[in-house]
Design a protein around this ligand. Structure first.
Ligand code: MN
Ligand code: MN
Length: 286
């Protein structure tokens, strides 16, 4: 039996210094409440990434030409607070070097520390079935159920909204949160509603956080807390392309391989490729 090197995201063949895009795995699921398993997602998504051709015809880009690095995974040790500190440190290393972080969760609690690494001068778009606007959940401020709220604490009001929401608790301060609900998106169309939401954000670079459960469970069944009436994969593809050059970072969270038929990890890998292709194309068309 031969030993294999650590599994990398497909075509992530460049070293850290020469890369513009850097993948970082955060296999953390300690605050998960319903069904755990997102700690397996970074590996499952890397495996799924091998399914795709390096060439993306609609962008006219081959991944063999993109400087792209996979930093591997952070260790899943300690408390939620330890995890948040280690994600922030990992993200700072990437952002501080002027690179584009692509964080693979893990649960949604990995997002606020990545946003923090950028400081307060960015805006954030969150795609999620859940509002995640609890101030504290089960005694934890760093719970996945507080992700949106913690991001709002960092970037401030008017610089974050959630899109595709269809579940929140009456214990949340939902009247303070900015979000577009999924039923409205279904009624008026993704383009119209996204345009309206985007026009309310200040003109800042944008970080996109994709909680995979924002997409309908028919397309993305492998997640801890699935909710019917979600977005389609085409909606999310549209959003990534609409954000285009404004994108400065991306995460995909809440993929749970034990509940997956394989399609959810594939979709997550495909969105990572979409983000990289869109940003790379925008950077090189100036
Ligand atoms: Mn979430
Ligand atoms: Mn969610």
């Amino acid at each position: 039996m031969s030993l294999r090197g650590p599994l990398k995201f497909a075509d992530a063949d460049s070293n850290f210094e020469e890369s513009h895009f850097v993948v970082l795995g955060a296999p953390f699921d300690k605050t998960t409440t319903f069904r755990a398993g997102t700690r397996f997602a970074p590996t499952a998504i890397r495996e799924a990434s091998a399914n795709f051709e390096p060439y993306m015809f609609e962008h006219g880009i081959s991944f063999s030409d993109i400087p792209f690095h996979d930093s591997g995974d952070l260790h899943d040790e300690g408390t939620a607070d330890d995890m948040v500190a280690s994600v922030e440190e990992g993200a700072r290393r990437i952002v501080g070097a002027g690179k584009f972080p692509i964080v693979i969760g893990g649960e949604h609690s990995v997002t606020p520390p990545v946003v923090k690494a950028f400081g307060e001068d960015i805006a954030v778009v969150i795609i999620d079935a859940h509002l995640d606007y609890q101030n504290e959940y089960q005694g934890l401020r760093n719970s996945h159920a507080c992700a949106h709220r913690r991001v709002a604490d960092i970037v401030g009001e008017g610089n974050v909204f959630a899109f595709g929401v269809r579940s929140y608790s009456d214990e949340e301060d939902f009247e303070e949160a900015v979000f577009v609900d999924a039923l409205r998106i279904h009624e008026h169309g993704c383009e119209e509603e996204f345009e309206k939401a985007l026009s309310c954000l200040k003109e800042r670079p944008i970080y996109l956080s994709l909680d995979i459960d924002g997409i309908d469970p028919a397309f993305a069944p492998g997640t801890g807390t699935p909710e019917p009436f979600g977005l389609t994969p085409f909606d999310v593809k549209y959003i990534i392309n609409r954000l285009g050059d404004r994108l400065v970072g991306f995460d995909v969270v809440e993929v749970s391989p034990p509940y997956d038929n394989g399609n959810t990890s594939l979709l997550a890998a495909r969105f990572i490729k979409e983000v990289i292709a869109v940003k790379w194309k925008a950077m090189n068309s100036k």
